[in-house]
Design a protein around this ligand. Sequence first.
Ligand code: PGA
Length: 249
Amino acid sequence: MRSKIVAGNWKMNKNLEETEALLAELSAKLPDTNAEVMVAPTYVNLNNAVRHLESSKIEVIAQNMHFAESGAYTGEISADMLLNIGIDTVIIGHSERRAYFGETDEILAKKVSAALKKGMRVMFCFGEELEDRKSGNHFKVVESQLKNALFSLEASEWSKIILAYEPVWAIGTGETASPEQAQEMHAFIRKTIMEAYDTSVATNISILYGGSVKPGNAEEIFSKPDVDGGLIGGASLIADDFIAIIKAI
Ligand code: PGA
């Protein structure tokens, strides 16, 4: 059975004191839930966040990693470095990495395989841009993003994958895909995976929705049968909002 997941992507926000304060508030207010709850603080605060949440149900995950094991890659972080501080889940392919840091499907495929090789879990992000949706190409774009980065994986490796469908036009814009648009795309993603693999892989994969999820719209989005949770940006930086979104699941 696939898990329900609510993950907060803090992006380049919160210094050390702010990180500790937000984690303390989240831990104190965390409701009883069957969903997995995750937060992705910035790199410099990851180690501290892991220590801070040692006795909490909240999991600390990373926003990105490099595909190489180690070496001359100034400014980069490896899977081993994350594992070493107790982090075993990493976000790969966020649209901001694709748009501002030149991460192509080919680079992302290498990152996914490097993370899996180390036994890490991958939260793989993908989604179409506004022009793709306007021109009716959104299904095609999403299918090719999945194919290029993930479809050479073995069926067994999919147990380590979490998908996060994030239409680029809905990220940080206040514009959310309607619950029907989210469901339509999530059902398409599941069907595409079923055709490439089998029913078991398709049924067991958690597919999160991301893009301007807020306390006011979370419940309706999460109520859709193929939406297994959310990847939350802006609203995850405010404890009460993130807690309300967790309650919505
Ligand atoms: P947002 O970001 O919730 O601020 O739209 C979502 C994301 O980028 O993962």
